[in-house]
Write a protein that binds this ligand. Structure first.
Ligand code: SD4
Length: 338
């Protein structure tokens, strides 16, 4: 289904025209191991987000950034587009359920002052990112989970609704016939939306939201709501966010590591590449290696950006005032077939 969605976006040339004109310029022709280091002229404001669903999400974020709004508002509103889309089976409503048929959502958000909020294993609320923001702003905590997160969301005025759409239910019933949990690289269970933005003030914020790995165990939480794994930023340095097999990203504190490498002087692409290589090295004899995919996006304080993944097929959307809104293919280490 997600393959279909990606294909759909690829076929649509320029329908998403706003102030940040969307162009369909996925940059092709990279070879495994190659790093595109055409760094990326620094422009601010800027927003970058994972996968094809990043295009409409960037459009929404850009409406805020281009008017001088805050990066925090931009990333929240941006990723809400993916959460609200029932055709998106990896985020929000319509997300594929766990192996017991429950849609459980993970999300986190972080601002330029290192405030952060997160929800994990949240059910029946369409916009976990906005609940995460409320956790950040209204509680003394960073993270709420499961029933507690749901209760808090209801107290905050969020509406409970069934997130299992007929389409996702059908996919789940089909999956039940084999009940095989083998994640497929780049397909349907690896499409979290992570977004990083710098506003006109030069402040960075980030957001990450997902329904997690399809057909996961009940109660499983991935990297996406974990500050330091699925998302991390330091306003003096830059930000990073992840997509892919959450277990591998948690094991290596992925996004925090990317930011630390940028602090040491690496470019966003080089930092993402180094962490991907570390993850590969750590997993070379691991059972997860067979289907392991991880990808990172990163942005530094100057507004330079980049992405890198273990296997081919990962792309991200970037929007700025110079080049508009476009998709770019990330550099990668291995081809998706390896
Ligand atoms: C997870 N990292 O729950 C998420 C899934 C994902 O792109 O990234 N999909 O493991």
């Amino acid at each position: 289904m997600i393959t279909t969605l990606k294909y759909y976006y690829r076929l649509l040339p320029v329908i998403l025209i706003t102030a940040c004109n969307t162009t369909q310029t996925s940059e092709k022709g990279q070879k495994a191991g190659e790093v595109k280091e055409e760094t990326k002229e620094a422009v601010k404001p800027i927003v970058i987000s994972t996968w094809n669903h990043g295009l409409p999400a960037n459009e929404e974020a850009w409406k805020i950034l281009s008017k001088g709004g805050k990066a925090l508002d931009a990333v929240e509103q941006g990723v809400r587009t993916a959460e609200a889309d029932p055709a998106n089976h990896t985020v929000g409503i319509g997300g594929f359920p766990d192996r017991e048929g429950n849609v459980t959502l993970d999300a986190c958000i972080m601002d330029y002052q290192s405030n952060c909020g997160s929800v994990a294993f949240l059910q029946n609320i369409k916009h976990p990112i906005s609940v995460a923001r409320k956790v950040m702003e209204k509680t003394p905590h960073v993270m709420l989970t499961g029933e507690g997160a749901l209760q808090f969301a209801i107290q905050q005025g969020f509406k409970e609704e069934n997130l299992l759409t007929p389409e996702s239910k059908k996919a789940y019933e089909e999956w039940l016939q084999q009940s095989d949990y083998t994640p497929v690289v780049n397909i349907e269970n690896h499409d979290t939306i992570s977004m990083l933005a710098i506003d006109q003030e030069g402040n960075i914020s980030g957001a990450c939201t997902t329904s997690g790995a399809a057909w996961k165990m009940y109660g499983r939480v991935g990297d996406s709501p974990i500050i330091g794994a699925g998302l991390f930023l330091d306003n003096e340095v830059g930000g990073a966010a992840a997509t892919g097999l959450g277990e591998a990203i948690i094991r290596t504190a992925g996004s925090a590591m990317v930011v630390e490498l940028m602090r040491q002087g690496k470019s966003p692409v080089q930092a993402c590449k180094e962490v991907v290589e570390r993850i590969r090295e750590k997993h070379k004899n691991h059972k997860d290696m067979e289907y392991l995919q991880v990808g990172f996006i990163a942005i530094n304080k100057q507004g330079e950006y980049g992405g890198y993944s273990l296997r081919s097929g990962f792309n991200y959307a970037v929007c700025d005032s110079k080049k508009g809104n476009r998709l770019e293919d990330a550099g990668f280490k291995l081809s998706a077939e390896n």
